[in-house]
Design a protein around this ligand. Structure first.
Ligand code: BEZ
Length: 236
């Protein structure tokens, strides 16, 4: 018998993304192996043919090119079957017009997970919210298959896709330039330098000996041009 822990346990930031094989609307996938070398956002939604999910899919599909340009592929999942997924995506394309978006074709794979095998592996079922629908989970997986960020929303709350894009850019900027990014950071904003590792270095920082702007020894920023970030992170 399956335990509550098996249903609700979830991978954590820094873990290897749990492996699975699945059928999707774009053919079979082997995750994360098929995505080696790319960033990928694996996200779940509660159910096909539901309005919040429809608004999310239209938004994500409309932004897909932007994510691909940032080296990031998209993979969706719900606890529905393949034919339901196909019918829903056809309905979105043929019938739904929303916020200026219409004829939206969802080209990224949508996983069929009727057995909940993948949803359980990723802790996408939160039984006190709903025991048969996945919550709105978002896993950001890096090119080595490591989970780098996780966001969870309840059933009633549609996600902010500009924020998901900001996360993908910020994670890559942090890796490329060895910095951290402060609250609400966007490319072009100053970035955070890691804390001083010794009393000597703390003193040097406060004496202005290093090329950074220190408000106090532990809070130092430096400039990082938007063009430099985007040149590094975006494909030509
Ligand atoms: C929706 O996507 O509209 C939705 C799904 C499950 C519960 C509530 C809303």
């Amino acid at each position: 018998m399956e335990t509550q822990q098996e249903i609700t346990s979830m991978p954590r930031i820094g873990d290897k993304a749990p492996e699975f094989k699945a059928v999707t609307t774009q053919g079979n996938i082997h995750f994360p192996n098929d995505y080696k070398g790319d960033w990928v956002i694996l996200f779940s939604h509660p159910a096909d043919f539901t309005p919040v999910c429809t608004s999310e899919f239209m938004t994500f599909a409309t932004m897909e090119e932007k994510f691909l340009k940032a080296n990031c592929k998209l993979v969706g999942l719900s606890i529905d079957g393949l034919y339901s997924h196909i019918a829903w995506l056809r309905s979105i394309k043929d019938k739904i017009e929303y916020r200026g978006m219409k004829n939206v074709e969802v080209k990224f794979p949508l996983i069929e997970d009727i057995t909940m095998e993948v949803a359980k592996k990723y802790g996408m079922i939160q039984p006190n919210e709903d025991s048969t629908k996945a919550v709105r989970a978002v896993f950001f997986v890096d090119p080595k298959g490591i989970i780098r960020a996780i966001i969870y929303y309840p059933l009633s709350l549609g996600r902010n896709f500009d924020e998901l894009y900001r996360v993908i850019i910020a994670l890559q900027a942090a890796d490329a330039f060895g910095v951290a990014t402060p609250a609400d950071w966007e490319p072009g904003d100053d970035v955070i330098i890691g804390p001083a590792g010794s009393c000597g270095s703390a003193e040097d920082r406060m004496q202005g000996k290093e090329d950074m702007d220190c408000k106090d020894w532990y809070f130092c920023t430096r400039k990082l041009d938007k063009d430099v970030v985007l040149k590094k992170v975006l494909k030509k």
